[in-house]
Design a binder for this molecule. Structure first.
Ligand SMILES: [Zn+2]
Length: 254
């Protein structure tokens, strides 16, 4: 299996996991940067993530357009991915989803969405909220072009996740396994926070030191990370597409 085969298999697995874990439904998408050409990325054609097969994956440029003739409809919001890959050379994988549990935190400003549980630490200390209306006025809220995408990427800045007001979220990471993990735990962190708010009193967020300690000890292909990937893939019915913990994703810095 070539490096590219393994990358595309991983992208299929990521699609199925995000669907099974109810991060995405008919809508939402995940992408991975081309391992050999940083100006391109892979994403499915317009299709529910749970249904994605190898032939459904298309290769796009950083303008969000296909690099080969493509007659099948593409995701309207593919510009989210294109603009984040353009703005963030460190990012190798992006997820966009409409997970319901995070939506209140994009429309109510009383309580910011921040990590409150250890597995939520990877969303980072600051989760900005992007409001498309601030620059573009009344729209259908969809990221339909590069102008929209670049404004979102600007709001995301160096953070791992941006909420999209009244719409969903975009998350970005240095590897596919990390962006999937973060996107699975983001709604769980939001649920825990919302329940804590209901209990009353003040909220104890993870401290910046705790978030840094978690991030510092994390390795994308450590056995404990791989354990989750294997588990989720098996649950999503695609264990057969999972290879060994591989070397084709960026090597951890430490
Ligand atoms: Zn959307």
């Amino acid at each position: 299996m070539s490096n590219l085969d393994a990358v595309l298999n991983d992208l299929i697995v990521a699609n199925r996991i995000l669907a099974k874990e109810e991060v995405v439904d008919a809508y939402g998408h995940v992408s991975i940067r081309h391992p050999d050409n940083p100006k391109r990325f892979f994403i499915a054609r317009s299709l529910a993530p749970d249904l994605v097969e190898r032939d459904d994956i298309v290769e796009l440029g950083l303008d969000g357009e296909p690099v080969r003739a493509e007659s099948r409809p593409l995701y309207l919001e593919r510009f989210i991915h294109a603009a984040i890959f353009e703005a963030r050379p460190d990012v190798h994988a992006v997820v966009h989803a409409h997970a319901e549990d995070i939506l209140p935190f994009g429309v109510a400003d009383a309580t910011p969405l921040r990590p409150v549980i250890h597995s939520g630490s990877f969303i980072g200390a600051h989760v900005p909220v992007w409001d498309i209306a601030e620059k573009f006025g009344d729209t259908d809220l969809l990221v339909r072009n590069m102008d929209h995408g670049r404004d979102l990427a600007h709001c995301l800045a160096d953070n791992n996740v941006a909420l999209m007001r009244g719409h969903g979220f975009a998350s970005a990471a240095r590897s596919l396994i990390e962006v999937v993990r973060m996107s699975v735990y983001l709604p769980r962190n939001a649920r825990a926070l919302q329940r804590a708010i209901q209990l009353g009193g003040s909220i104890k967020y993870l401290s910046e030191g705790e978030i840094a300690a978690r991030a510092g000890g994390y390795r994308p292909h450590a056995p404990e990370t791989w354990r989750a990937w294997e588990y989720w893939a098996t649950k999503a019915g695609c264990r057969h597409l999972v290879g060994e913990p591989h070397a084709h994703e960026p090597k951890p810095k430490r």
